[in-house]
Design a protein around this ligand. Structure first.
Ligand code: ZN
Ligand code: ZN
Length: 486
């Protein structure tokens, strides 16, 4: 017997416990970029139990995997992440800073929810195809190393998303809204200088300082800033100063650059100029420069066609209310954060004049509420996030849409212990289940209207001006786990 979209979404309720358990288990085993072995196992187990065919070592990345069901077109992709951050371990549910394990990793960006929630959406899509005996393929993409690693960019470079007709994902947040707007593209590059050591007082003329080269390179880049586009951001960290002895001419030094701009080609141009500065610094100091390309990620390409479908579903899908106990915990967290009020004026910048009043009316009752329990009206001004996400690379390859699902108390900043603390709460679980349903409902609506899929593809093509995706990462570069150097 055929089933409706609403009935397909019920599969998420049926599998709710398994989805929430997987999320909690990933939270219990926080692993940083490209080291997510246990997290991968937990999510692959869930996919196998749910009847997906699991494939690991995707794009030759040990912690990248897929879970596939069905065959033929369209190919519907759901993207999941599961990496954690270092140093933000925290006891779940605790409103005071209290690491679970001192100095250990923690899920401070909610990727435990992100991975399991996207599998929830894939489960409902599978139910829809299976019960209705329809053609089509649903693929859950297990994408490692989002934090500082751009796993999806490596996967996109290797053609993993080439057959996907459209992709859907989400990110845990303190609001419910469809993600509108771009993000910054970036390149991460390491510059290493090799010099000659000598006694800094006795024979300085024999030494060639690698640390001087790093300092001159950074100074050169400060002068460059005036002559690049306003929107670009260039950051660096000196990752090796060549030792702590000032009486030794430093023979080796290293600086890590992160170059960002709104568009891929803008980053590339700035990168080439920074390379020249690095060469100049080596020339000035008589050292040798070695450049290592670490990773790149693309800016997000908006897809209004899909955003509108997702917004309609965000309004339609039923949300669970919050219990008194949940409201009490939310109030405690909200107070501990210094009651971070919703900045309505800042949010209103995302709306055209004629829509501002309506958007304000939706937000106003929550100006000082511990939970932003509303659906943010669909933004009609496409801004640019002052940060980056590797979802950008997927959005260049196929039409892509993202939901932001309310899993955190209002005003909780990402990458903090407060965020880790809330990752196993029933509020977070409710937000994950709701987001899974919104994503699945969006996919089913797209599936049922092939003209929409075509429109979304046409829009992507128009936004790229007919251009094709070109990954910023050179072919021979492989993903690296970020670990402190000995
Ligand atoms: Zn993050
Ligand atoms: Zn994140």
């Amino acid at each position: 017997m055929a089933i409706t979209k609403k009935e397909a979404l019920m599969a998420i309720d049926r599998e709710r416990e398994a989805i929430c358990t997987a999320s909690d288990l990933v939270w219990d085993n926080p692993e940083t970029a490209f080291l997510e072995y246990k997290s991968m196992e937990i999510l692959c187990d869930l996919l196998t139990k749910e009847g997906f065919e699991v494939k690991q070592n995707v794009a030759n990345i040990p912690t990248a995997f897929t879970g596939t069901f069905g065959s033929g077109k369209p190919v519907i992709g759901f993207l999941g992440e599961y990496d954690a951050l270092s140093g933000i371990s925290q006891v779940a549910g605790c409103v005071e800073k209290k690491p679970l394990v001192e100095g250990a990793n923690g899920h401070g960006c909610g990727h435990n929810l992100l991975g399991a929630g996207s599998i929830g959406a894939a489960i409902a899509m599978k139910e829809y195809l299976e019960k209705n005996g329809k053609e089509g393929t649903v693929v859950f993409f297990g994408c490692p190393g989002e934090e500082g690693g751009s796993g999806k960019a490596f996967m996109a470079r290797d053609g993993v998303f080439d057959d996907v007709d459209f992709a859907i994902t989400w990110h845990p947040m303190d609001t419910n809204e469809v993600w509108v707007g771009s993000s910054l593209a970036n390149y991460q590059v390491s510059y290493r200088f090799h010099g000659i050591s000598s006694h800094a007082a006795g024979s300085p003329e024999k030494g060639r300082s690698a640390l001087d080269a790093v300092e001159l390179m950074n100074t050169g880049v400060q002068y460059l800033r005036e002559h690049i586009i306003q929107e670009a951001r260039v950051h660096y960290a000196i990752t090796n100063t060549g030792g702590f002895s000032p009486n030794v001419v430093q023979p080796y030094a290293e600086v890590l650059y992160l170059i960002r701009a709104p568009k891929n080609d803008q980053v590339k141009e700035i990168f080439e100029r920074i390379n020249d500065i690095a060469k100049g610094a080596a020339l000035m100091t008589g050292t040798k420069m070695e450049m290592e390309f670490i990773k790149a990620c693309s800016n997000l390409v908006d897809n209004t066609t899909m955003q509108e479908v997702m917004y309609k579903n965000a309004l339609e899908v039923e949300r669970e209310g919050y219990t008194e106990e949940e409201m009490k915990l939310a109030s405690e967290f909200y107070a501990s954060l210094g009651s971070k009020k919703l900045d309505i004026q800042a949010e209103l910048k995302n709306y055209e004049k004629s829509h501002k009043a309506a958007a304000e009316a939706v937000m106003a009752p929550y100006a000082d509420a511990p939970i932003n329990d509303f659906i943010m009206p669909l933004a009609d001004v496409e801004g640019c996030l002052a940060g980056s996400t590797d979802v950008g690379d997927v959005s260049y390859v196929c039409p892509t849409v993202q939901f932001k699902g309310l899993t955190e108390v209002a005003g909780t900043p990402a990458h903090t212990w407060q965020w880790t603390a809330q990752g196993k709460s029933s509020i977070a679980h409710k937000g994950m289940i709701f987001s899974a349903k919104v994503m699945a409902a969006t996919a089913i609506d797209m599936y049922e209207d092939p003209a929409k899929i075509e429109a979304a593809k046409k829009e992507l093509n128009n936004r790229l001006g007919g251009g094709k995706y070109e990954c910023g990462i050179p072919k021979d570069v492989v993903p690296q786990a970020i670990k402190p150097k000995k």
